[in-house]
Design a protein around this ligand. Sequence first.
Ligand code: SF4
Length: 337
Amino acid sequence: MTPRRIGIPRALYFYEFHPLWGTFFRSLGHEVVFSPETTRSILAAGVKGCVHDVCLPVKTAYGHVAHLRTEVDYLFLPRMMSMRKGTYVCPKIVAFPDLVLNLMEDLPEILDPEIDLRRGKTQEKALHAAGRRLGASRGALRSAYRAATAAQGALESSLIAGSLSGLQNPVGCETGETVRPARRARSSGSRSGRTVGILGRPYTLFDGRLSFRLLERLAAAGISVLTPQTVPTPVADHQVSHLPLDLYWTLVAETVGVARHWLRESRVDGIIFLISFECGPDSLIKVLLEDELKHFPGVPYSTFLLDEHFAEAGFMTRIEAFLDVLEGAAESRGAAR
Ligand code: SF4
């Protein structure tokens, strides 16, 4: 089998599955090329080349593919349909491989196996199909998938243990053009010990450019940060089992469940929700979340609507304002005791 360069864009489901995908192809003897962190030029290429009426994460993913396409022999762009029984991936992600195939020229070979858990099309079957196209034997596929699941399991265990480093600094990523270091949110000793829950999709939260390095900024200001990845799925599911709704879009039920868990267990002093402009599923989460937050009037909450026009200065101002409100709310709670 000839070793190939397999490109995987650092976008969308990359953040959740990069150990699985990267380890699988590496174990088959191929070179895996992850695109670098999102840079200004990657983002600009995505905004310019992609259709206008999609969200910022999809435009960003398009920019990552544009960056990789001339550097690799194959691009891995799985067709993600359903990642959990009973749920559906957002149509903009479902359509992403076709978007690329229709809009972009001079593409390398595309590996685009389907992942659709509603129909038994698992990650394992998808990766085996991609590996077969690369000429791997059945035995090699089996052992590569074993190594891949071990790597994926290690990431998931570290998240549940509270470490986000596997998502913030995915192993094997080239750094490319460095994103300007985060200007720190004003540090205040009194903020130490506060905890903020950050809701949002992994490809927004852990993309330093899209999130303006929010997690790092809060940590630098002495704030502890929680994200949905640190809450086990059954815990989040349990919190929404009462809702008389069929929340079938991926991550809608989980995100609302995580917020309820944090609020009901008093795990957070405040919540920030990063929403992408043009995101239908996030709009639904926002409504459900605001309904829940009515029961917790003392918990500051803010949403940040992200699009390509959102500027760092405005973002920083809003973070500072949020931290001031957080502090005020904590002092009021202290005075009321
Ligand atoms: S779920 Fe929302 S943010 Fe994610 S791809 Fe779909 S529209 Fe974009």
